[in-house]
Design a protein around this ligand. Structure first.
Ligand code: AMP
Ligand code: MG
Length: 421
């Protein structure tokens, strides 16, 4: 196994992020049925090919009228009109509503020609004389009342959704209304995970002396699924460099991106570090960020390779700050990061100038602001702070500390569960 001659390359966080994002070319577009489109990256903007709503219709169950006919209606001098038609939803009335006529109309039914307003049932008095129904109005109605105009929601040619958008359940409603059932989306990246370490056990293995259970692979599988990727393989491998090199090569075969865990730091048995020479276009990095300084990155046979550190907090932070944005760009998403939230530091948060820190924080709403409190000691081997955290507070390179009370930006991981509903 060749070792890498020149030692790790030092980068600022911004340089690392730029290098990674610049290396990403979005994958091909694929067409999926509407029912599979949620959460995917829309790859072509969608325009309305017909107006929405497609025809002018009633927003209430009531009587379609000509507003002019009711101009002088008063409680003491009601206006009574004959009901000349009944229009259920789904049926087009062929009868033009003449002056001094009313038509029963249901919600969603097309407004008949001649009518320009709808008076809800509950606002009129109905009377019938034999088969002839009549209706009495005690006040005027505004022209256009309870009428939904064709095209008021979207006109022909209007942009309904912009390329790069993450398709939401509500976007699916809009696409359905527009008759789009085959949706162009970014292909799901196939991601292979290779987890290194002689000390690692599967989750279902009993603990033995000196060993811990692998927590990073299950976390990454969940994070990858959440951001639109498919895990093509997830393997554990010993710290034997030749074994790692062999598995690493295999991992690239059926993947668009390969992530390794561990084995990139300064230890004697860091096998990913030792396999990089073999890989070709990949190098060891020291990124000025905390946690997550030791990393490896490369583009191998046109596929992304990101060597993540081993500590769980480092994996989580590097994934949020660098890997996830790359995997989102691969799919064609416009928004690469988690939602950014302005927060205020509840206590002073120490960092170091020249380094970008990602601090696991809990959030609480007080006095109109989000207050960020460290979710635990900044120890990258600890799992509970990550589980407890609502967000990662970002301390930019230029700051040595965020003083208590100062504002900062945070990447929102999840909404605080104790928020009053
Ligand atoms: P390394 O960079 O390989 O030296 O790993 C750094 C630390 O992270 C060590 O304490 C490892 O035991 C731990 N670690 C590495 N990989 C994993 C993993 N998949 N799950 C949990 N801990 C890990
Ligand atoms: Mg290791």
């Amino acid at each position: 196994v060749a070792s890498i001659g020149a030692g790790p390359r030092s980068l600022s966080f911004a340089e690392a992020r730029r290098a990674i994002l610049d290396a990403v070319t979005p994958l091909a577009t694929e067409v999926v049925p509407l029912s599979d489109a949620r959460g995917r990256a829309l790859r072509e903007s969608v325009r309305a090919e017909h107006p929405l709503p497609p025809f002018t219709n009633s927003s209430m169950d009531g009587f379609a009228v000509r507003a002019d006919d009711l101009a002088v209606a008063r409680v003491e001098r009601p206006i009574e009109l004959p009901v000349v038609d009944v229009i259920p939803a789904g049926r087009l009335s062929r009868r033009v509503l003449e002056r001094a006529e009313a038509a029963r109309i249901m919600t969603g039914a097309p407004i008949p020609e001649g009518a320009d307003a709808v008076v809800p049932f509950e606002e009129c008095e109905r009377s019938s004389f034999g088969t002839l129904e009549r209706v009495r109005f005690t006040r005027p109605v505004a022209r256009g009342a309870n009428v939904r105009d064709a095209g008021a929601d979207l006109s022909i040619g209007d942009e309904a959704l912009t390329a790069g958008r993450e398709i939401s359940p509500h976007d699916i409603a809009l696409l359905a209304a527009l008759g789009r059932h085959r949706i162009p989306v970014g292909a799901r990246p196939r991601v292979a995970i290779l987890s290194t370490g002689d000390e690692l056990l599967r989750v279902d293995e009993p603990l033995r002396e000196g060993a811990i259970r692998d927590s990073n692979v299950p976390m990454l599988e969940a994070l990858l699924d959440e951001c639109g990727c498919r895990v093509s393989r997830a393997e554990r491998v010993s710290d034997d460099p030749s074994e790692v090199a062999r598995r690493l090569h295999a991992a690239f075969e059926a993947a668009d991106a390969v992530l390794t865990i561990g084995g990139v730091s300064a230890g004697d048995f860091d096998p990913v570090k030792q396999s990089l020479g073999d890989l070709g276009n990949a190098e060891l990095w020291r990124v000025a960020m905390k946690p997550g300084r030791p990393q490896a990155f490369g583009v191998v046979d046109g596929k992304l390779f990101h060597g993540l550190p081993g500590n769980p907090a480092s994996v989580a932070c590097v994934f949020e700050a660098l890997t996830r944005p790359a995997l989102r760009k691969l799919q064609g998403f416009m928004a690469l990061d988690r939602p950014r939230l302005d927060v205020r530091a509840a206590v002073a948060i120490e960092s170091r100038e020249g380094r970008t820190d990602f601090v696991r924080v809990t959030l609480a709403r007080r006095d109109g602001a989000w207050w960020a409190h460290p979710a635990g000691e900044p120890i990258s081997g600890h799992l509970t702070p990550q589980s407890r955290a609502h967000a990662l507070l970002v301390v930019p390179e230029a700051l040595a500390v965020v003083p208590a009370g100062d504002s900062a930006e945070a990447l929102l991981l999840r909404w605080p569960e104790d928020m009053p509903g």
